[in-house]
Ligand binder design. Structure first.
Ligand SMILES: *[C@@H]1O[C@H](CO)[C@@H](O)[C@H](O)[C@H]1NC(C)=O
Ligand SMILES: *[C@@H]1O[C@H](CO)[C@@H](O)[C@H](O)[C@H]1NC(C)=O
Length: 351
């Protein structure tokens, strides 16, 4: 049967319609991909804002904390705009899961100047955390108080499952107290000279820099990086420095100063592990525990794994991969159970 002209036109029409339909479908698919709403940002969003210039909901951080919900099961974000906030901030036990979100490390600064020497008093600190689940992002905490009259504590953290990321801690003596179970400090800087980090906490510092300051004139007491206070074998406490850099503060010539000790034991079972880190010359290769004239108990635990730099200690301080694994974020602070909800960057195992 010969093809009629009419049939040819019909065939052509069908072909054109088919091609046009396919093109339209492809076009729509492309448009949908481009115009599709962006995935929600993976971070804690602020519910209220603090701004020193009055442009936010509150002018002081303390007022914002007072206004935050108590016993919260969800993270409650408080944005803290750039500026220096001169105040002492307390996060009490009932203020759970607060997240301070600053404008940048060194850009949003919380500062106070009270030094603390009375062990019967609660620690005077620029930030005092007792509420579990606390998170701080992009903030500098400093205590510029007089170190000759006591510890100058920037942050005293007694809470569980807390995380600080992209923060700085500045002071001279006892700068950061870490005393709760499961504390994580990531990509942060700590500046201090004596007992810089102290407490009974089970704490991991990951990808942090610890800058040991030069001794102040007349302050010739021995310096220790960490004053770890684990006192029983059943305690989960211990400090882990993973992927950290531990060195003299930038530009400070400390060649004439006595070496800095890695730790000072505040309990018979004090425990500190340095892994995958850079140990600078300021630490001195032999600087271990600062025990003065005391004979250190054999139960102290100061270990190294896969470190580098002139401050690396003797071979008997090294542990094997199996032992070191126990001190990574997953096993040691059960990080995989709670850190993902904070959205802070972390690595569960070795770096
Ligand atoms: C300490 O801080 C308070 C409150 O900001 C301030 O009034 C005082 O001048 C400061 N003292 C010193 C010695 O810096
Ligand atoms: C690792 O070291 C511990 C001692 O701290 C030892 O008991 C264990 O057998 C070692 N494991 C391996 C795989 O070498």
């Amino acid at each position: 049967m010969p093809y009629t002209r009419r049939e040819k036109i019909l065939d052509a029409c069908i072909a054109i319609t088919f091609v046009a339909t396919v093109c339209t479908v492809i076009l729509f698919a492309l448009l949908l991909t481009v115009l599709r709403p962006k995935c929600p940002v993976q971070k804690i969003l602020p519910s209220i804002t603090v701004a020193i210039d009055g442009s936010g909901d509150f002018r002081t951080v303390s007022d914002a904390v007072a206004a935050a919900p108590s016993h919260s099961r969800k993270y409650f974000g408080i944005a803290i705009k750039p500026g220096v906030y001169y105040e002492e901030v307390s996060v009490p036990v009932e203020k759970t899961r607060l997240a301070f979100i600053g404008g940048g490390n060194g850009v949003t600064v919380i500062s106070s100047n009270r030094s603390w020497s009375n062990p019967l008093e609660d620690t005077a600190a620029t930030l005092n955390v007792k509420g579990d689940g606390f998170v701080a992002i992009d903030i500098t905490f400093e205590n510029s108080g007089n170190p000759t009259t006591g510890y100058t504590v920037a942050v005293a953290n007694d809470a569980e499952r807390t995380a600080f990321i992209h923060c700085s801690f500045k002071g001279y003596k006892g700068v950061l107290k870490t005393s709760g179970f499961a504390q994580f400090y990531g990509r942060s800087n700590v500046y201090g000279a004596v007992d810089v980090i102290w407490g009974i906490g089970s704490t991991v510092f990951q990808s942090c820099s610890v800058y040991v300051e030069k001794p102040l004139a007349g302050q010739d007491q021995p310096r220790a990086l960490a004053f770890q206070q684990r006192s029983s074998p059943s305690s989960t406490g211990g400090f882990v420095f993973q992927g950290c850099s531990l060195d003299a503060s930038p530009g400070s010539d400390q060649s004439g100063s006595p070496p800095v000790f890695l730790g000072r034991p505040g309990g018979a079972y004090s425990r500190i592990v340095f892994m995958e880190s850079y140990l600078g010359a300021v630490l001195g290769p032999s600087a271990g525990w600062l025990t003065g004239s005391f004979i250190p108990p054999a139960t102290l635990y100061l270990k190294e794994y896969n470190n580098r730099g002139p401050g690396v200690g003797p071979a008997e301080r090294r542990i094997n991969t199996t032992d070191a694994t126990q001190f990574t974020v997953g096993p040691f602070i059960e990080g995989d159970k709670w850190l993902p909800k904070t959205y802070v960057e972390y690595t569960s195992g070795f770096l």
